[in-house]
Each structure stands twice: as C-alpha cells, then as structure tokens.
Write a protein that binds this ligand. Structure first.
Ligand code: ATR
Length: 270
C-alpha cells in the first residue's frame, strides 16, 4: 500500500460480529505502535449473501485488510486471488490483505494456536475434540509441529473425514487421561453446556503435566478450564489464542512486531 492512500482501514468481518473482541484488541495494538493516526480497525456485520461483494468493495474504501470470522472463513478463500499454503491446506482463511488490486488470503489461526501453547507439542499426544472449522486449523497446526494427533467428534463421520483429509487418527472412545494435550474446539460451553456431560472427559482424567486448551471464551474460565486448573493442569483459553492469531494478522498488515501485552490486556477487558 502507498502512504498516499490515506488512512489504512482494517476490520473484522462476521455475522454476528458485535461480540468480537478484535476491534478493542487491534485498536489497542495500533495505539501502542503509534499507528492509530494512520490506521483504524472496526467491526463490520455482513450476512453470507453479501460477503463476496463487500470484500471486493473494501480496497476502494481505504481498507488494507480484514480479519474474517464465523461464518465467512470458507467464503474468504473463495473470494481471494492468492491463497497462502496454510489457508489452502486448512480450507479456511481468517485474514485478508489487499495489495495492488490483489486479494490475499491467509490463515493465522494455526500459528496463533502454536504461539499460545506453553511449549512445543512435538512428539506429544494430543486429543482434539470437535471436527468443525476451528478443529481443522488446530489439527493442521499440531501435525505440522510433529504432534501425534487423535480427533474425537460427536458425529464420528466428520472426524473420520477430517483425518482422511488432513491426517491424524479419528477416535471414538478416547482415554482422556492418556493425552499430554487436550484441545476443545467444539461449541460446548458457549451456551453453558456441561463439558463433562457432552465430551468424552471426566474430571478425574485431568492431571498435572497436561495442557488443556479451550477455544470457547467468555468472561470467566470455562467449566473445563476451571476443572483442569484445579487438577494442576496447564490451561490456555480462547482469548490467548485470539490474541496470538490477531498478532500474526497485525504483523502481516503492518510489518511491525505486535505489542502482545497491550493486545492481551485489551482482549481480556472485553
Ligand atoms: P466451528 O467452525 O466453530 O468449529 P462448527 O463447524 O459448527 O463450528 O463445529 C462445531 C463443533 O462443535 C462440531 O465438532 C460439533 O459436533 P458435530 O459435528 O457432531 O455437530 C461440536 N458440537 C456442538 N455442540 C456439541 C455438543 N453439544 N456436544 C458435542 N459436540 C458439539
């Protein structure tokens, strides 16, 4: 982008998008970098049938890029001219960048997850719960990093299909205590469901030495993370993953080192 292009706008595109913490987090990041005068970040609610046209109109409206969230991560691939290898393999993009009339699509969810983990999952046994869009980035990232990945899903056909495509092994009755890492990518917990009733886990399976990741986030720790912390496991919540994927997106757009602490603080404030 040329500096004569004026303010560089950024946005998160979703439906709904009002709950997103990305505007607060990315605005705090731009302020911390001293870029808030030139750059801005907003939320745009767009329904699926208007997504493609909206994206194509953004460069002319002064946008340098966008984050893409539910339900548009697949559509973001379809509208892009150039796909990163990661976005293509995962089959979803959460970041778009507009440059000289070209729409580039990236996926920073995978790198964001790895950055959020307390240590490399290399040669660790990982159990991924869920087989939706969020699970795809998680499975891809863990396999890429050299973890041994097993995938459980309520609907077993979906986990089998995911593993056929990306790798890893589908499991129907996992012994959760045996894993070094357990990652919840399902929607369980979002509406207050009891994770121990809906997922193949018991409180007694959680232990010291394990890492529990729950992509669900709210104002307080999920039931799953609270139980994991009580059992002495390490925990990573969805906000930390959000911060790390947002940091990777910011790096792509601005080329600057992301101010992680300012982003974390703003994302946690909500
Ligand atoms: P996302 O893109 O966020 O992953 P998704 O593709 O709708 O969203 O996937 C939601 C995931 O949550 C799926 O793995 C879904 O399981 P099914 O494939 O069986 O539908 C899982 N999920 C949602 N509600 C669940 C519940 N009550 N118990 C177990 N899994 C649930």
């Amino acid at each position: 982008m040329e500096s004569s292009a004026g303010p560089r706008r950024l946005a998160v595109l979703g439906h709904p998008v009002g709950h997103s913490r990305s505007p607060a987090m990315q605005t705090a990041a731009l302020e911390a970098l001293g870029l808030a005068g030139e750059w801005s970040y907003e939320a745009i609610d767009v329904a699926p049938d208007g997504f493609g046209d909206l994206v194509l109109s953004l460069p002319a409206a002064g946008f340098a890029g966008a984050n893409v969230t539910v339900p548009h991560k697949g559509a973001a691939l379809a509208v892009a001219d150039e796909l990163s290898e990661v976005a293509r393999e995962i089959g979803a993009a959460n970041t778009l960048a507009f440059e000289d009339g070209v729409v580039h699509a990236y996926n920073t969810d995978a790198a964001g997850l790895l950055a959020a983990l307390p240590e490399s999952p290399r040669e660790r046994r990982a159990l991924v719960l869920g087989a939706g869009g969020a699970a795809r980035a998680v499975v891809w990232a863990l396999l890429r990093e050299g973890a041994e990945v097993e995938v459980w899903n309520r609907t077993a056909l979906r986990s089998r299909n995911l593993c056929d495509e990306l790798g890893g092994a589908a499991v129907e009755d996992p012994d959760a205590a045996a894993y070094d890492l357990i990652l919840n990518t399902t929607a369980v917990g979002l509406a207050g469901e009891d994770a121990f009733a809906e997922l193949p886990l018991a409180r007694g399976d959680l232990r010291e030495g394990q890492v529990l990741v729950d992509l669900v986030y709210g104002d307080s720790p999920s039931t799953l993370l609270a139980a994991a912390a009580e059992a002495g496991a390490e925990t990573v919540d969805g906000i930390e993953v959000l911060v790390q994927q947002g940091a990777e997106s910011l790096r792509l757009w601005t080329g600057r080192e992301p101010p992680i602490e300012a982003m974390r603080e703003a994302a946690r404030r909500g």
